[in-house]
Design a protein around this ligand. Sequence first.
Ligand SMILES: *Cc1c(COP(=O)(O)O)cnc(C)c1O
Length: 455
Amino acid sequence: MLRMETIQYNLPQNRIPRAWYNLAADLPKPLAPPLHPGTLQPIGPDDLTPLFPMALILQEVSQEREIEIPDPVRQVYAQWRPSPLFRARRLEKALDTPAKIYYKYEGVSPAGSHKPNTAVAQAYYNKIEGTKRLCTETGAGQWGSALAMACAFFGLECKVYMVRVSYDQKPYRRALMEAFGASVTASPSVETECGRAILAEFPHTNGSLGIAISEAVEVAAKDPNTKYALGSVLNHVLLHQTVIGLEAMEQMALAGDEPDVLVGCTGGGSNFAGLVFPYLGKKIKGETSARVVAVEPAACPSLTKGHFAYDFGDTGHLTPLVKMHTLGSTFIPPGIHAGGLRYHGMAPLVSHARDLGLIEATSVQQLDAFAAGIQFARAEGIIPAPEANHAVAGAIAEALKCKAEGQGRTILFNLCGHGHFDMQSYINYQAGLLENYDYPAEEIAMALAGLPAVG
Ligand SMILES: *Cc1c(COP(=O)(O)O)cnc(C)c1O
């Protein structure tokens, strides 16, 4: 019999999960509540109705362990789900490690990342509640293209504020959004009050996710037919992503293995949470002792260097305050190519898990992330997204630790997207044009000095 070099563990379509997994139901200590940006009092569902449909607001605060996935959402998922899980045998060989390395591959979605898992759900709930248009931000363009696609499927208009540095670095992502019918504007823009204020102060800024979020929220808050959609951070977004980990558990069972180490990259925390939250549920119940590692860029290190404190989700201070690891809402991260990881904060649920000691965090420099991505591509044939390179680097580091210790552990990481729209960053890397960024200590200290005072 042919012994496969790279083994793919496939599930049939009828194994697409029927319910998302809600970690909030199993937490030993509840999340700190979000606070109103004006009164600093806990917000209620009514405060969020200008921005989100009620179904998503209820998911945001739900304590139910399982939330059923509507059939129309599963129908769309069926185009690329269940996504494949691979054993990376050639990478194991290249590293000469006793570790087994598995990866869940989310780049098979039409937009090329995990983002459609929540984009489709958000577009669906907005559609059935009568929303006409969705407004959002995008960093590298993966979220914008996922939402643009989902809006096309459900007949919604889509408006995207794209972070300036990515708008210039990634024109093909913009073209993809426009092909799906979205309207795309570089952020900060002159279209919003918040954008005009930032441009007046910093006319040549790279932009940031925090700024683009303010622009999108401002537009949605002012127009009754427009709602806002966020591609990460919020509880309901992380919830939708748990299809990744739920499928991975079944696939690891097919492989006859259990992960000892789980690895994912973290920008706002959604792909990481998608893979690891179902496992954290088991960990809380004592059913696994797997280590869980978040990998973030050294240039934007919220989990490893940020404060765990209440902060705004956006630079213009329009969003509720949430308790999270933050670098300060006015921090504008260096223009690294992993645009999806340039966010000053972190999902409150991921930060809470870190605070409870359920997960670890580490950071990687840009050049090391690309070196790992190239090594992975040569072994496995898939070019990872620059963001996903951080997870690859984390998984390789774990595999090399196994080698140094002579230990054969099982590593599972999330390959959250492909890099086919990011080839300019690979061209620049191969030409020696990319640089590492020192930890921007001074700017972060300044931004942290402006944290809101919450008693
Ligand atoms: C958006 C994105 C990220 C960062 O967002 P998370 O919410 O942390 O997952 C990482 N990787 C890819 C491929 C992305 O599209």
